[in-house]
Write a protein that binds this ligand. Sequence first.
Ligand code: SAM
Length: 304
Amino acid sequence: MEHIPVLLNESIDFLELKRDGIYVDATLGGGGHAEKIASLIGKNGKVIGIDQDEEAIEKAKMRLAEFEEKIEYVHDNFKNLDYILNKLGVEKIDGILLDLGVSTYQLESPERGFSFSEKEANLSAPLDMRMDRTQSLTAYEVVNKYRESQLRDILWRLGEEPFARQISRKIVRQRERSPIKTTNDLLQVIKSATPPKYRFSRREGHYASKVFRAIRMEVNKELEAIEEVLPKAIGFLKKEGRLVVISFHSLEDRIVKQTFKSLANKEEPVIKILTKKPVLPTEEEIEKNPKARSAKLRAAEKLT
Ligand SMILES: C[S@@+](CC[C@H](N)C(=O)[O-])C[C@H]1O[C@@H](n2cnc3c(N)ncnc32)[C@H](O)[C@@H]1O
């Protein structure tokens, strides 16, 4: 299934594209946002498309073939933005977009181990969840090697999972008998650790979604990467350059909000916050694309 870009028009509006501008799409994914940016800038404009998932880059290349001359593809973690731009010889940029989290392609590729759906195709999916398949830490390591207290903390803090204690205890008991190898093995453990009332009464998605999300965030060190990239991104912006961040998790949004605040409230402010409150998708967008439900967009402009 194709990844539908979230808050597309809103992010383009906040980027205030310039014809010859240099833009970074730090989360290229399916190339939805990049396609729009590339179609609106002139032939001297540039999009630097970064993704730590090599498969995403290959897919995006196909989708963006007609804009080949305007796009530079980089397979790397966006936390290395300074290294990436220095290597490309780019000193300043006009705007940068971060559309955080995972793409539909990643979620729906069973062999990547992100999916908790009980479809036949997913039953033997390995516990992987790496966006960058060259890194060594996988969900298998987290689930089978982390201490019970570490697991509990991850499920509670990153997943906001109310049954974090029960699930982490069950994981440890289960793996003492035999390793938890597949996404289905993990699903069965979550099932056995949570009451049926909880599993069947969830209005917001699947009962395993919080645990899977928490483990994914740990495997990919998602919060750490955001903390690292934001100051770097702002540092590279030209005067009046724009930073747009779309987040899907309250902890991500908190990092963005606090970083923006601290830079905007300095004695000599570095940025101006353009979104007093986060911009949310409209009901219409959520209806068309339920994955947009938890999205929050914040934008800022560089002042100096
Ligand atoms: C929500 S998708 C982006 C979708 C894209 N905006 C579109 O419209 O098609 C997020 C993408 O960012 C990538 N990603 C997440 N964290 C990253 C990081 N720290 N460095 C580089 N890429 C990252 C993921 O691999 C995924 O492909």
